[in-house]
Design a protein around this ligand. Structure first.
Ligand SMILES: O=C1O[C@H](COP(=O)(O)O)[C@@H](O)[C@H](O)[C@H]1O
Length: 259
């Protein structure tokens, strides 16, 4: 089935209703998805880091653990660097997963896990066994199979962090690409072949896994993302829009992306 058809059966709606300190206003109609506009990418990063830390505090107070899925790409890196500076976080209760990974050697500069490690994870005291890296160096099929169990054991996530590509993709779910069929409804992690953005081989959490989260935070910054936002507003079923609508999502965006 295509990304337009999926019906994740997760039960979001458990948002604690967090509001960052300095939202500028509510600028766009993204098909009913909550959306907060900030001046620039730095302000989005600051709000995202505060949001993540607050969600962690609440999850740890309520359930003794915080399970977060990280976005890849460049957009979240500024927020990750801010998190690396957080003084009061109880890192021992954090459990970290990745939303997607690129099938490259483990130490390749383009690996999402390596970027997150350099910006944040390698600088704080989260127990290494609680950082769940997708073994994408094994190739898409083997890595997806390997990552299914840790993801299944983690659900529901407390927070899924996402970015959006210039074509409207999110994680490694690309427009007009196949998704697991209805018969494969338990599939939480999928191999990705022939991705239009390099590298072509990737691994991604499925819509079902991404939406099985108490909250989704989608970060969109930079003028290069404006065209995809226009398509989203026009009603196109871009993967980022489909996930955002299906989950309990808040979009943080900057003026450059909003246009
Ligand atoms: O390839 C990817 O792209 C998207 C967007 O990346 P960005 O560099 O424009 O922020 C990202 O969300 C995804 O995780 C990543 O693998």
């Amino acid at each position: 089935m295509k990304q337009t058809d999926f019906h994740p059966d997760a039960s979001p709606g458990l948002s604690p209703g967090l509001v960052p300190d300095r939202p500028a206003d509510r600028p766009l109609d993204l098909s009913g998805v909550d959306c907060l506009l900030f001046e620039d990418a730095a302000a989005v990063a600051e709000a995202a880091a505060e949001w993540i830390l607050e969600q962690a505090r609440r999850a740890i107070a309520a359930r003794g653990a915080f399970r977060i899925v990280l976005a890849g790409g460049t957009t979240p890196l500024m927020a990750y660097r801010r998190l690396a500076q957080a003084q009061s976080a109880d890192w021992s209760a954090w459990h970290v997963y990745h939303g997607d990974e690129r099938c490259l050697p483990a130490d390749d500069a383009e690996r999402n896990s390596r970027a997150a490690d350099q910006a944040w994870l390698g600088r704080v005291s989260i127990p290494p066994r609680q950082i769940h890296v997708i073994p994408a160096e094994l190739g898409p099929e083997a890595a997806a199979l390997d990552y299914q169990q840790p993801v299944a054991a983690a659900l529901p996530f407390d927070l899924v962090l996402l970015g959006m590509g210039e074509d409207g993709h999110t994680a490694s779910l690309f427009p007009d690409r196949p998704l697991p069929s209805a018969e494969q409804e338990d599939t939480l992690v999928m191999p990705v072949q022939d991705a239009p953005k390099p590298p072509p081989e990737r691994v991604s959490l499925t819509p079902r896994a991404l939406c099985a989260s108490r909250e989704i935070l989608l970060l969109i910054t930079g003028a290069a993302k404006h065209a995809a936002l226009v398509r989203w507003q026009a009603g196109e079923s871009l993967p980022a829009a489909c996930i955002a609508r299906a989950g309990n999502t808040t979009v943080l965006l900057d003026r450059a992306a909003a246009g």
